[in-house]
Write a protein that binds this ligand. Structure first.
Ligand code: FAD
Length: 420
């Protein structure tokens, strides 16, 4: 079943009818006793997984179980940067696969996810960063990924409000740009996947918390939830900031630490910034939202926490960095700040694969950067669940890498700054 298409007339009728008869975008059923697969977590990753399980693998008896509301986790809290500018082959191939899915996503889902390829520009401030940027850019091009080196003058022409003067606190001497990078509307991503998955028969069950994972003789039997037990031979975990807690329900301990990451928006202003700018020197990333707010993100609050709000010192540091690069920001009022819980793996790369319990799969440990992976991760996770083995794209990202010592420690991807 395809999601309904709305004509201009039906949009007008619904608008003037005060949305009273507007049909729901996805069904809201009570859970059945048994499914072929249960996905824990109704963020972008869980919903994308369910969508690809149904649409590509014909597994439609699927439930997505979400303790709150769809996209209320990190999917709805991030700074929405999408890119594939990675150095290591495994990362480059995985994130480029995701970026290609982004490029067709609105049409695939018949839902405008507002993917905007406004480019992502990583500033460089010293010779060492220039060397690293060239190396990264060359590696990207060898992997068929778009990358362009910009001189200081080109950076200044592209971002006129950036302080490129020689007396800037961190003088800019160039930048590495990925033209196909950009941003997307995070809520729309969750809603688009939810609507398309529901149309394929997936049951999306909100306000239903998984409180236990039932196993027997090394195999999964299903999940205990606040709405009762749901049986399933396959259970996928996609709970972002709560990965260690949910995996612990099956007795599994993961190499993950949880921290808060904050972001903030200023009051809205006229269009002044039409790209995404990041700096590894200040660990700040800045873009302008479609509403006109300047959206700013920074580094972690460096203590373990499950609280979804952070503290002032981290915000001050981010604001200082942002104003260093864009002095005009000092004249804007800060409108809102928020936080999300980041599951940081020890090598900064995610875990997508099987767990040591038959039928139990994990998608987690996204550190700072899982939004851009949403379609690619859902695609790979669905493949892994359907085939009971990882796809070659996510084979390097399994949990076993920590036992084998084949970690994917790309400098700056997770625990240190090259940025999101
Ligand atoms: C401030 C900030 C900025 C960021 N910026 C970027 C960026 O620019 N680019 C980028 O690529 N990434 C970014 N990220 C990271 C990105 O947001 C996440 O990696 C990604 O959204 C994770 O998606 P998800 O679907 O796995 O998680 P979520 O959207 O968090 O979904 C997980 C869901 O699981 C649910 N859940 C948890 N426990 C249970 C349970 N027991 N039972 C049922 N449900 C449960 C939660 O309620 C939640 O809705 C940022 C994150 C933050 C916080």
């Amino acid at each position: 079943m395809k999601p309904a298409r709305y004509s201009i007339f039906s949009l007008l009728r619904n608008a003037f009818g005060y949305h009273r008869h507007w049909s729901r975008a996805w069904r809201s059923p009570e859970p059945e006793d048994r499914y072929d697969a249960v996905i824990i977590g109704g963020g972008g990753h869980g919903l994308a997984t369910a969508y690809y399980l149904a649409s590509l693998h014909g597994i439609t008896r699927v439930a997505v179980v979400e303790k709150g509301w769809l996209g209320g986790g990190n999917t709805g809290r991030n700074t929405t940067i999408v890119r594939s500018n990675y150095l290591l082959d495994a990362n480059a191939h995985f994130y480029e696969h995701s970026l290609k899915l982004w490029e067709g996503l609105s049409s695939e889902l018949n839902y405008n996810v507002m993917f905007s390829q406004r480019a992502v520009l990583n500033l460089t401030h010293n010779d060492a960063q220039v060397d690293a940027a060239h190396r990264r850019g060359n590696a990207m091009r060898l992997n068929g990924i778009d990358a362009r080196w910009l001189s200081k003058d080109e950076v200044q022409a592209m971002v006129p409000l950036l302080d490129c003067s020689p007396c800037a606190r961190f003088p800019v001497n160039g930048g590495l740009m990925q033209p196909r990078g950009g941003t997307a509307r995070h809520d729309a991503v969750a809603w688009g996947f939810a609507r398309a998955a529901s149309a394929h028969g997936v049951d999306i069950i909100q306000n239903c918390e998984v409180v236990g994972i039932r196993t027997q003789s090394g195999s999964v039997l299903g999940v205990e939830t606040t709405k009762g037990f749901i049986a399933a031979p396959k259970v996928g975990i996609a709970v972002a900031g709560h990965t260690s807690q949910v995996a612990a329900m099956a007795g599994i301990r993961l190499p993950i630490e949880s921290h808060v990451l904050q972001a903030m928006v200023t009051e809205p202003v006229k269009p002044v910034l039409d790209t995404v700018v990041t700096s590894g020197a200040t660990h700040v990333y800045i873009s302008q939202t479609d509403k006109g707010e300047i959206l700013i993100g920074g580094d972690l609050d460096f203590y373990n926490s499950y609280a979804r709000r952070g503290n002032l010192p981290a915000l001050e540091q981010v604001v200082q960095g942002a104003i260093t690069h864009f002095p005009f920001l000092g004249r804007l009022r800060m409108m809102r700040t928020w936080g999300g819980v980041m599951d940081m793996t020890m090598d900064g790369s995610p875990i997508i694969g099987k767990l040591p319990i038959e039928g139990l799969y994990l998608n987690g440990g996204w550190c700072y950067g899982g939004f851009k992976a949403t379609p690619g991760s859902g695609w790979c996770f669905a493949w892994t669940i359907a085939n009971d083995e990882p796809h070659p794209l996510n084979a390097p990202f399994t949990l076993e890498r920590f036992h084998r010592g084949t970690v994917l420690d790309e400098k700056g991807v997770g625990a240190s700054p090259w940025l999101h």
